[in-house]
Design a protein around this ligand. Sequence first.
Ligand SMILES: [Zn+2]
Ligand SMILES: [Zn+2]
Length: 857
Amino acid sequence: MPDTQNTIMNQSEQRELRYEPASIEEKWAARWSADPAMYAAESHQSRLPKYYVLEMLPYPSGVLHMGHVRNYAIGDALARHMWMRGYNVLHPMGWDAFGLPAENAAIKNNVPPREWTLRNIAQMKVQMARLGFSYDWSTEVTTCLPDYYRWNQWFFLKFWEQGLAYKRKSKLNWCPECATVLANEQVVNGCCWRHEETVVEQREMEQWFLRITKYADELLDGIEKLEGWPDKVRTMQRNWIGRSVGVMVDFALDGEVGAAGGKITVFTTRIDTIYGATSILLAPEHAMVADFTANDGHLSAKVQGLIREQAKAREAGDIGGIEKHGVFTGRYAVNPFSQEKIPIWVANYILADYGTGAIMSVPAHDDRDYEFAKKYDLEIRIVVLPRRTGEAPTEHNHHASEPLLPYTEKESLLINSGEYNGLANDDAIEKMAAHAERQGFGKKTVTYRLKDWGVSRQRYWGTPIPMIYCGKCGIVPVPESQLPVLLPENVNITQQGGSPLSRVPEFVNVKCPKCGGAARRETDTMDTFVDSSWYFYRYTSPKLDDRALDTNAVGYWFPIDQYIGGVEHAILHLIYSRFWTKFMRDLGIVKNAEPAERLFTQGMVIKDGAKMSKNKGNVVSPDDMVAKFGADSTRAYSLFATSPDRELDWQETGVEGVHRFLSRAYRFVMRNAEAARRADGKSSAQELPPRVRAVQRKLHQTIQRVTEDFKGRWHFNTSVAAIMELVNDLYGTEDEIAAGKFPPALLADVLRRLVLLLAPFAPYLAAELWETLGEKGGILRHPWPEFDPALAKEDEIEYAVQVNGKLRGRVVMPADTAQPDVRAKALADEKVRVALDGKEVVKVIVIPGKLVNVVVK
Ligand SMILES: [Zn+2]
Ligand SMILES: [Zn+2]
């Protein structure tokens, strides 16, 4: 109907056509919440193909932020699309409910953490329901409840039985703000992962570790197969695991034998350069340094200075950029290959917790050693030369090819290296390592940057570690039959004086399960990353009370088909959960070796170029957006504004634009719904007017495009843009509709398919329009629209015509024009003929469907 007719519509009709998301969305939200089974998956015995789509579970802070909305809108669109494609979809949600904020809120507001957490969960569920997310709440998992965390405890006992949980005293990362230790993965640039401005301190403490390093190789090798994961995440994991292959070599101390055994062990990946080692460098906190400084106040003071410098650089998160300082100890070590005596120094850039805390310094072939040697005037001796094909170095020619120092390339040949002269470096590494092993002063070794996972936390709101200390029996695990070890309530929580549980006598004092004597419980709780390491398995059978999971259900649903979350978890959660999966596989309770087949990391939502934060006052509240523009517009905007892997700078005008588009779609369907309902479904063979044919073509092209996008490209921004163009083209046919030239059956078909296309992005609007079109069943499981390639094909194509690469004309011709005719038509174009005048055509290149390039002399 042409717009002019709006003027003759009465008031009530006008009102009917206004898109009012609040009333539509509230109506459908009420219907949907009355039918909680609508998003439920069929059991694992289903014959349907399965699809497990998962968004990372949130911490229940009490309020959703835009980052959540974006993350969930992506997962929700995908889940809805897969339902329409006929899959048995599992789309669960849960709560990463243990952790510090609840405890801090308890201290501040005097609310017990459990109450605070459960209240927040209830609030966030209301927000999620209002946004229309399609979660199956019957599988909800809340990690702070005993029916979940008892299985954390069960897994801990299994780790203990397998020798993969152990207690050890060591230097640990301590966040003063959190008042607890942190795992290495939770220290980011020297600061706490939760408190980006709080410098992490080092404290010597005893705590529990999980032996993740047992799986270091498998975690590394597995990355190769994770082709559905973003490259950046795979690279981050590879670097974090940090495998390097080398040799441990012992340098004997020259002279008297010290308490540390009379030798210094270094780790090197370049044993081929050992003849170029001109000093040994020790970390200031290397055990042997204490021996050297014991009776030397001057040296001791110098070393203390180096320790301080290193600590400062660590705090600044820039140990690589430290200004290098060192001090000579007055001692010497013996190079086991050359028997040469070389000086032992202490240097501030050598870390005690990396490798062995000692290195052989080869200044000619290492950047940092070179810088250090230059500063302290230590000898720099070239022992490898760039390798040239077929050339062995001799006394006479090696000066000619002397490299620029430091020369660190591995493609090299040895010189100044005794019997190894002339060997290529890879060959030399093999032979020298074998020699060292035979002589008993060396060992081939693989080292990792990855360290065991420290899981003890000195806080209250976490899973109690199920261990008991008995004076007679030592460490005794809590028997499985006594799980769960319940977290006591009404605990006086403060951040002072260590673990809050240690001040609860009725928790601490326990009978030893072995001897029955008086014993005490472990009072540390588990790192909350334990909770998230396996939660997604629990979704497949959340109510089981005799096992953590049902192996058959996991076998059907796993691996997760698509996991979606923030890239900030690339190392933390995603490495822990891969580890946990491998452990579960070794226990025989799951068969998959990796948790997720595909991973998608969405970009951050920012505002005015900066991260949203209360301090900056630039937080956009999802509730406000929903109140102003509706849930559909808010969600669709978060998908539409840019491609989902990019940062999204939130613009209210953008949400308004999406709202306008949805209004237009709504009005058009509403105006024509009556005609569409009356259409008899018979398609007529009549010739379509050009604009109607254009709409038909656009429809099929759009279906093709959106369908392709869901297969993995996920450029929903272009999908939604394509749907917008379709709606525009539809408005362009109002005259044809008014004149009865748009066949009603075709119009009905276009409208139905348009609504189906909208369903994953704007589910409320789609449900409303679907019903208005007279459709009976729900849209959620209605088959996704197919496209017809023949109808999607362009009738005519415009060719750009270039002469020597310069655009000279444009020629429109039928899409099925044969190549020789394309060429002839291009050359016949008036403007092209002018450009060709007086020149000789050498070649004509036709790129079908796009371009004709004429090469002339
Ligand atoms: Zn902290
Ligand atoms: Zn005992």
